[in-house]
Design a protein. Structure first.
Length: 127
């Protein structure tokens, strides 16, 4: 009887330790550093946000547009980059501007950029 109770007590304490073995601690996907400059008809946009939406799986990345038109993408942590793959690119620009409305949604902008390992600069040119 004592052996059975000892075995049961050992099992109760050991089971939680065994269930975590072999599992990955991090579930965050690969992120590639990504930055660029956004222009419209050759002129730098000076405000707003550029958004990279993956065409496959993954979380979208965004970058606030600085006065010189540059941006750095963020997905999970500030300026970490974007998931690899093809992205639909669109902008969110507050107030009145000269950028056509079709560039305000991923479905209508028709701009796609491939984020690949080894490349960090992704210029966005709105015609």
């Amino acid at each position: 009887m004592r052996f059975g109770a000892a075995l049961l007590a050992t099992s109760v304490f050991a089971l939680p330790l065994l269930t975590g073995c072999g599992q990955s601690v991090s579930t965050t996907p690969t992120i590639i550093p990504a930055k660029g400059k956004i222009t419209h008809k050759g002129q730098a946009l000076t405000k707003g946000r550029v958004v990279f939406e993956p065409t496959g799986s993954g979380k979208e990345a965004y970058g606030d547009i600085k006065p010189d038109g540059t941006f750095t993408l963020t997905t999970y942590k500030d300026s970490d980059g974007a998931v690899p793959g093809t992205h639909r690119v669109f902008v969110d620009i507050p107030g009145k501007n000269t950028v056509p409305a079709k560039y305000f949604q991923a479905s209508s902008s028709k701009i796609e950029i491939d984020v690949i390992d080894g490349t960090a600069d992704y210029p966005v040119n709105l015609p």
